[in-house]
Design a protein around this ligand. Structure first.
Ligand SMILES: Nc1ncnc2c1ncn2[C@@H]1O[C@H](COP(=O)(O)OP(=O)(O)OP(=O)(O)O)[C@@H](O)[C@H]1O
Length: 268
């Protein structure tokens, strides 16, 4: 891979009045002695989709996982810097991580429904957090499945196993499960990479619908996908976010040579 200067960065400043749902400052992640992220400062605007792009190993997933403290589960991992959410630094040790994850949910690369019914997949977390009213749970299941564009396909079969659905449907079930907790922010790590083009397209449509109510941050290797669905794009290179801007600028007039080479397919 070609080497580019890391002193050459462009992070687009935010306009006055834009509402920031989440912002990192000088975020570093260490896996034992290895510094995998070198101080990433990025804002995420409310009700927008931000794509994180970059070559394999550039740190996108490491960064995404830090945003709801999933890296805490990896032994030997240390995260420094701040992640501001509603005036609270959620990287602080005092934060109740389980409570925080109600607000910042995550969907993984491979669809991973529980080996339970569709209904139980969606109500599992709300029940654990104390919701036992059948009528409310029924409404939650219907609304979450509608928001994830799955209701029409499964409404007569809510008690069949989530594992009996197709890959694309399973991924939408995982999105429904995440939004059943009514998070503010949805983190998605390559949610369509294991899916066929038709399922990919339905998941993309679902995300575009969801951004009316959620702030979405998505890691993707698919440049067309980033261009199709995101409002903002951050380009990761060697553990640093070296360019962040409106997606249309990243894809038409990037300011940094490494970004231009990556989006035009010249490296990575
Ligand atoms: N659990 C881990 N333990 C040790 N090092 C890790 C771990 N996860 C990632 N790394 C290292 O951190 C760096 C960034 O990896 P990361 O997976 O975040 O990159 P990525 O851009 O998401 O890559 P990909 O697109 O292949 O998923 C790499 O050097 C990787 O080897």
């Amino acid at each position: 891979m070609q080497n580019y200067s890391l002193t050459d960065t462009f992070i687009r400043p935010f306009d006055q009045g834009q509402e920031i749902a989440l912002a990192t400052s000088a975020l570093k992640v260490f896996y034992d002695d290895h510094e995998a992220l070198h101080g990433v400062s990025l804002p995420f605007e409310r009700y927008k989709i931000t794509a994180l792009i970059g070559a394999s190993g550039s740190g996108k997933s490491t960064f995404l996982r830090s945003l709801n403290r999933m890296n805490d589960t990896i032994e030997g991992t240390r995260v420094t810097g701040s992640i501001m959410y509603r005036g609270v630094d959620i990287n602080s040790k005092q934060v109740d991580v389980y409570e925080m994850r109600k607000h910042i949910g995550m969907v993984f690369q491979r669809p991973n429904p529980f080996a339970k019914s569709i209904y139980d997949n969606i109500t599992f977390a709300p029940r654990r957090f104390g919701e036992h009213n059948k009528e409310k749970l029924d409404q939650l299941v219907e609304q979450s499945l509608k928001d994830a564009a799955l209701w029409d396909q499964v409404k007569d079969d809510l008690h069949q196993s989530g594992l009996a659905l197709s890959g694309g449907q399973q991924q939408r079930l995982c999105i429904a499960r995440a939004i059943a907790m009514k998070p503010d922010i949805l983190l998605l790590d390559e949610p369509a990479s294991a899916l066929d083009p038709i399922s990919t397209s339905t998941v993309e449509d679902t995300l575009l619908q969801l951004k009316d109510h959620y702030t979405i941050i998505i890691v993707t290797h698919n440049m067309q996908q980033a261009a199709r669905i995101s409002d903002y794009t951050a380009f990761f290179y060697s553990g640093t976010a070296i360019e962040y801007d409106e997606t249309r600028k990243i894809f038409t007039r990037p300011k940094i040579k490494a970004t231009e080479d990556y989006v035009s397919g010249h490296f990575g």
